[in-house]
Design a protein around this ligand. Sequence first.
Ligand SMILES: NC(=O)c1ccc[n+]([C@@H]2O[C@H](COP(=O)([O-])OP(=O)(O)OC[C@H]3O[C@@H](n4cnc5c(N)ncnc54)[C@H](O)[C@@H]3O)[C@@H](O)[C@H]2O)c1
Ligand SMILES: [Zn+2]
Length: 353
Amino acid sequence: MAETDCIHVSTPVGGYDILFAPGGLQHLDQILAARGLTGRTIVGTNTTLAPLYGRALAGQLPNAVTVTLPDGEQHKTLETCRVVYSGLAQLGLDRHGLIIALGGGVIGDLLGFVAATYMRGVRLVQVPTSLLAMVDSSVGGKTGVDLPEGKNLVGAFKQPELVVIDPDVLQTLPDIEWRCGLAEVIKHGLLADPALLDSALLQRERAAEFIPRAVRVKVEVVQQDPFEQNIRAHLNLGHTFAHALEQVSGYTWKHGEAVAVGLVAAARLSARLGLCSPDLPAQVERLLGKVGLPVRFGPYDPANLWQAMAVDKKWQDGRNRFVLLQGIGAPVVRDNVPPEEVMAVLKELADQP
Ligand SMILES: NC(=O)c1ccc[n+]([C@@H]2O[C@H](COP(=O)([O-])OP(=O)(O)OC[C@H]3O[C@@H](n4cnc5c(N)ncnc54)[C@H](O)[C@@H]3O)[C@@H](O)[C@H]2O)c1
Ligand SMILES: [Zn+2]
């Protein structure tokens, strides 16, 4: 069994490993048994992933049952949790049980929240299957669900016992989901690892090479700031713009695509404010374009985008706040950025074809 790479994450409530194991899903039983992660096991997944991986996985594990949820962010709700809680109770899962979250960020967030709350907490193993979940959502312990009033408004910190990343499952990931994950990888590259800013590396066949690097960036940040009190904000690079675009588009823009444009906007704003080299925005745009991600907002009114940003929950006391770049690997948080500078960036990105 080839365990190629392993990152240990320290948290205030203990630590856990992130295991990079190409083909690891084929022998997850041995991986779990070697770590004492045995007992009554629930493989929580969705209708897309159950036939691809979920059923085979549950068949391989002693004492495991599959719980299959509908696919989609619209099901990341308390109502779905309630159905899962009842299912777990009927299956007789007690507090010694184990939940394996097998899926993208939606499954990881929802089942992580269930694992945090069912019987005041049961053990959790994250098996992320989307690129975004591998490099972003499965690391850091944030779990939760959406409310009609907004995304991720209910949640908990829940550290897993183990995260197992098997890049082989990415072969079935739809192209658009792949690209959306790349937007977060590029964000991590801009924050801390310039080696990730190479389009030749960001190919599916090289996933096993670059994913550990991208994960390491997030691990470093969350270890320093486990409860999101300071530098974890850096992970929001591009996201203030992205959330505005998602909202103004009525969520027709996918998150990763919006993040791509948001990264361009953050780079342009940084250059305008004289924080970074004037060449940085073009470099960011070139890379995003090469991997097939959008670099323009499209036909949205800059005033509406600004309005959407102004209600962002992270802007305290009426002051605006942006994560900007002093260069690659040098993020900085700035409050009170002159609104006309932001507006100028919004106009540049909305006007050009
Ligand atoms: N907890 C955190 O820190 C954190 C961070 C970032 C994002 N998130 C959350 O993550 C969610 C987005 O995650 P996502 O982008 O993975 O979306 P997702 O979970 O909806 O997955 C995207 C699609 O890809 C499919 N899929 C996933 N893996 C596949 C595979 N290997 N083969 C075939 N199909 C596959 C899924 O079934 C789904 O249809 C959002 O709800 C977001 O709020 C959480
Ligand atoms: Zn994101």
